[in-house]
Design a protein around this ligand. Structure first.
Ligand code: PGA
Length: 253
């Protein structure tokens, strides 16, 4: 069964942009994104700029996303932000399990699962990130690693429908390095992820959007997005510049 999946391009701004810079970037993207575009677009600014970017995007159809969250609803958790707070500020999506969170902040498949579950419970849509390191790829462990992260991240979670979950395949060696998985390498893993989702979640797997991430640029976006199981892109560096991000949105149709 072939499902029609709307392409989904998300910009992960990471730890970049002051308030003034974030407003300008959001405005430029809003103005530059063609109204008749096929792709859904989301921007993930740092927490400090969420409210300001929400105001810039109001009424545009562009979505707001957060880069991370904590699983508790509220309480004595200094420094943490809950999914309910993210919903309140206008977020639609939450990135969970980004490799930089796993590498620098101790996120594990178990904590990723708690976050994912809390995000879904708050009525938001998680973008679950998975991907192997260079050493794991070299050792032939790519599919095994991705399977473990997907299985551990999802746990017992059963999204109500395929539109309630997004998965991003981001090979760690391709993030911020200028190295990109070849379309063939990416499609192989995306196809594998969809087959796992079918195994875990049944027919909803056909509707789940799978993004590729890792040095996506205007030069490689079209060929990556043309792969049958690549439904979008999670863009880091190139999402900080309208002259790079807008052509990536356009490449999605
Ligand atoms: P990059 O980052 O596009 O700068 O490689 C992607 C990501 O980390 O989501």
């Amino acid at each position: 069964m072939m499902a029609e999946r709307q392409p989904f391009i998300a910009g992960n701004w990471k730890m970049h942009k002051t308030l003034a810079e974030a407003r300008t970037l959001a405005r430029d993207i809003r103005q530059g994104a063609a109204p008749g575009r096929r792709a859904e677009v989301a921007l993930a600014p740092p927490y400090t700029a969420l409210a300001a970017v929400a105001a810039e995007l109001a009424g545009s159809g562009l979505r707001l996303a957060a880069q991370d969250t904590f699983w508790e609803r509220q309480g004595a958790f200094t420094g943490a932000i809950s999914p309910a707070m993210l919903a309140d500020v206008g977020c639609h999506y939450v990135i969970v399990g980004h490799s930089e969170r796993r590498q620098h902040f101790g996120d594990t498949d178990a904590t990723v699962n708690r976050k994912l579950t809390a995000v879904v419970a708050a009525g938001l849509i998680p973008i679950l990130c998975v991907g192997e390191t260079q050493a794991e790829r070299a050792a032939g462990q790519t599919l095994q690693v991705v399977r473990g992260q997907l299985e551990g991240g999802l746990g017992a979670l059963k999204p109500a429908s395929g539109s309630a979950l997004v998965v991003a395949y981001e090979p760690v060696w391709a993030i911020g390095t200028g190295l990109t998985a070849t379309p063939g390498q990416a499609q192989t893993v995306h196809h594998f992820i969809r087959s796992l989702l079918r195994e875990f979640l049944g027919p909803a797997a056909e509707e789940i959007r799978l993004q590729y991430g890792g040095s996506v640029t205007p030069d490689n976006a079209a060929i990556l997005l043309a792969q049958p199981d690549i439904d979008g892109a999670l863009v880091g560096g190139a999402s900080l510049k309208p002259e790079l991000f807008l052509p990536i949105i356009a490449a999605a149709g």
